[in-house]
Design a protein around this ligand. Structure first.
Ligand SMILES: [Zn+2]
Length: 408
């Protein structure tokens, strides 16, 4: 929508602006030139605006998924890489998310040239889909996860999807290379490699390399996210400079050390470290294995992190496994139903907090004048019943309708 197109006025809506403040009934949201021009009860409707009455519907900021994989061929490598961004390999990840109101996704571990091509294609309008922020490849240990577990050490996949430094100097050069290629942040895998078989902790990223990667990234203005699988590893990762813990626990054994978890959350709250739990991934695991221990413990930990004041982001880990967008909806429902987080807080985490985590809060994440008009319109009130987040009426990105639920 440019200046010559008429403004859009969404009237009579329940406004959930993402700030975590009270919902505003009978609100008007005015969209002009792809941006939010006004939002609130007294917002004037400009002359010649297209007016849409949203009685019974809620308007929220477009959701942000803080942890996805854009994929490509279901993670199976088929060289050559690059040039596949517009193909079916990435279509579900790009466009599927929009159907569930996810207008921005953070790719945390993907093929370098493909993920940047997807991001840039969406940004310049040549590709349809949710906006992308990407780490490109992730830092891994050779023989570990995911280079050996997921890609079978296939050379082209490893070259595009993994960086495997042996020394601190090499780590620094690799961060330089990725920064020059245009990644938005850096991702480190800190894994005991128990995801696909017996644990192999000898293949875990050495801590001096984690520190070298984090230092190099920070020197270039890039944030560092780390995949961790235990409370102890998460704590060391935070101490070594990681800004954002992903998953936190995987394949949890019982009993658990409550005091260690409390100490971790106190440290994270103090440092402002983010936590993106991706508990919906454990839901799949629990269903597949009939073993819900990690899911139960994970839900408990997220609740404790919330109470401790840790900055919680929301991510789905789509598509390993599960569909983009759809999984984020399930993660939000779990936060409210299984972790006891109030729905307004959960919705603010999936919008405002995620925008802060992704470094895009200046233009996205809340419904406020001046921000990009990325909006999700649902039937009902998701602050009262979080499952309403799945009753998608319309999704708007940069002021344009990008998905129409046709009456939902
Ligand atoms: Zn992941």
């Amino acid at each position: 929508m440019n200046q010559h197109e008429p403004s859009l006025a969404l009237t009579n809506a329940l406004l959930i602006d993402g700030t975590g403040g009270p919902v505003i009934d009978g609100a008007t949201v005015v969209v002009s030139g792809g941006r939010i021009a006004a939002a609130g009860t007294g917002a004037p409707v400009p002359p010649h605006a297209t007016v849409v009455d949203l009685e019974g519907k809620a308007v929220l900021p477009g959701l942000i998924d803080a942890h996805v994989h854009l994929g490509g061929l279901g993670f199976r490598s088929t060289p050559p890489f690059g040039g596949r961004a517009a193909t079916d390999d990435y279509a579900a990840a790009r466009e599927g998310a929009l159907r569930y109101g996810v207008t921005t996704q953070r790719s945390l571990g993907d093929f370098l040239h493909d993920s940047i091509a997807v991001r840039d294609g969406i940004e310049n309008g040549t590709l349809a889909g949710a906006r992308v922020v990407t780490s490109g490849p992730s830092f891994q240990v050779e023989g570990g996860h995911p280079n050996a577990t997921v890609w079978g050490s296939e050379p082209a996949a490893v070259r595009e999807g993994a960086r495997m430094p042996k020394t601190a100097g090499e780590a620094e050069r690799m961060v330089d290379e990725l920064a020059a290629a245009g990644v938005d942040l850096v991702k480190i895998i800190i894994s005991n490699n128990a995801i696909f078989g017996p644990a192999r902790p000898e293949l875990k990223m050495p801590w001096h390399l984690t520190e070298a990667i984090a230092d190099a990234a920070h020197a270039r203005g890039l944030r560092v996210a780390a995949h961790t699988e235990t409370v102890e590893d998460a704590r060391t990762a935070v101490e070594r400079g990681v800004d954002d813990i992903e998953h936190l626990v995987l394949r949890a054994e019982e009993p658990q050390d409550e005091a260690a978890a409390e100490a971790l959350f106190a440290l994270m709250a103090d440092r402002g470290t983010y936590l993106v739990p991706t508990m919906v991934a454990h839901q799949f695991e629990a269903a597949a294995d009939g073993d819900a221990r990690t899911l139960r413990y994970g839900n408990h930990l997220v609740r404790r992190a919330y109470e401790a004041g840790v900055r919680l982001g929301v991510g789905s880990d789509a598509h390993s496994p599960g569909l983009h967008g759809w999984k984020l909806r399930d993660e939000l429902v779990m936060m409210v139903h299984d972790q006891g987080i109030p729905a307004p807080a959960a919705l603010s985490m999936a919008t405002k907090t995620n925008a802060e985590l992704l470094g895009i809060a200046d233009r996205l994440g809340t419904v406020e004048p001046g921000k990009s008009a990325d909006l999700l319109i649902v039937s009902g009130d998701p602050t009262q019943d979080i499952t309403a987040i799945g009753r998608v009426h319309q999704v708007i990105r940069s002021g344009r309708v990008v998905f129409d639920g046709e009456g939902a």
